[in-house]
Design a protein around this ligand. Sequence first.
Ligand SMILES: NC(=O)c1ccc[n+]([C@@H]2O[C@H](COP(=O)([O-])OP(=O)(O)OC[C@H]3O[C@@H](n4cnc5c(N)ncnc54)[C@H](OP(=O)(O)O)[C@@H]3O)[C@@H](O)[C@H]2O)c1
Length: 247
Amino acid sequence: MRVVVTGGRGMLGRHVVELLRRSGHEALAAGRHGPLVMDVRKDADVEAALEGVDAVVHCASNPLGRDAREVEVEGTARVVAAAHRQGVGHLLYVSIVGIDRVPRPYFRYKLHAEKVVEHGRVPWTILRATQLFPFMEMLLTAAPVVIAPRGFLVQPVAGEEVAQRLARALGEGPMERRLEYGGPEVREVGELARTLRATRRLRRPLLKPWLPGQLAAAVRAGGLLCRDCGRGAITWEEWLQRAPARQ
Ligand SMILES: NC(=O)c1ccc[n+]([C@@H]2O[C@H](COP(=O)([O-])OP(=O)(O)OC[C@H]3O[C@@H](n4cnc5c(N)ncnc54)[C@H](OP(=O)(O)O)[C@@H]3O)[C@@H](O)[C@H]2O)c1
């Protein structure tokens, strides 16, 4: 199949591209600056990139950007409309477990984008995944101190394994439903932080604040976890041993 992977150089997209290529597909990594230029905010880019394409794995997203909503909601709508015009047979949208339980603006945008996909005219599958290991590492090392809010529960997963699930979904064809996929273990963020500091020999102090508010309460209550979902096998500790430290 000829498959466009939007956000194909991102944390998840790069694994999808690599895996699809290894499986014999023609996988094209799309992004704002190439290799296949496709800014999802631009009609002409999207239209041209999807010409002659069998399937799209839609990973483009800009959660921290000022255009987060535009990329997620309008960008996804643009991808769905162009995919329909170009006769794309399967659109796989990557979403996040718990977006309907944890109140965050970005999660609202993702919920909205899911609806756009579900109500669009392109055969679809949505895969909601839990947090990726490198994303957890990025969060925990974003500040000069490691901040691990007390009681926060997560179920992080390897990007390779999410990519494998996506590749399987591609092979199975459009399911017109939402699937969920998570890591093998439910962990407290504080535990992840401890092993991260030990493995990476980080000297910066570990802070475990109690965070107020609805978002924090939802995460402590397990809002980001998927209990009856497909699960990867790679643990946080195994991933840390294998993955090079962030620069
Ligand atoms: N990270 C996680 O823990 C996690 C967990 C579950 C689900 N997800 C979902 O999985 C998807 C991929 O996440 P990720 O972690 O791989 O994100 P990421 O590393 O930030 O990659 C997203 C990519 O989107 C591209 N992008 C940004 N703005 C764009 C635009 N206007 N047009 C086209 N491409 C644009 C960027 O590529 P260029 O710079 O090349 O344009 C970027 O590499 C997202 O939908 C995310 O919500 C992520």
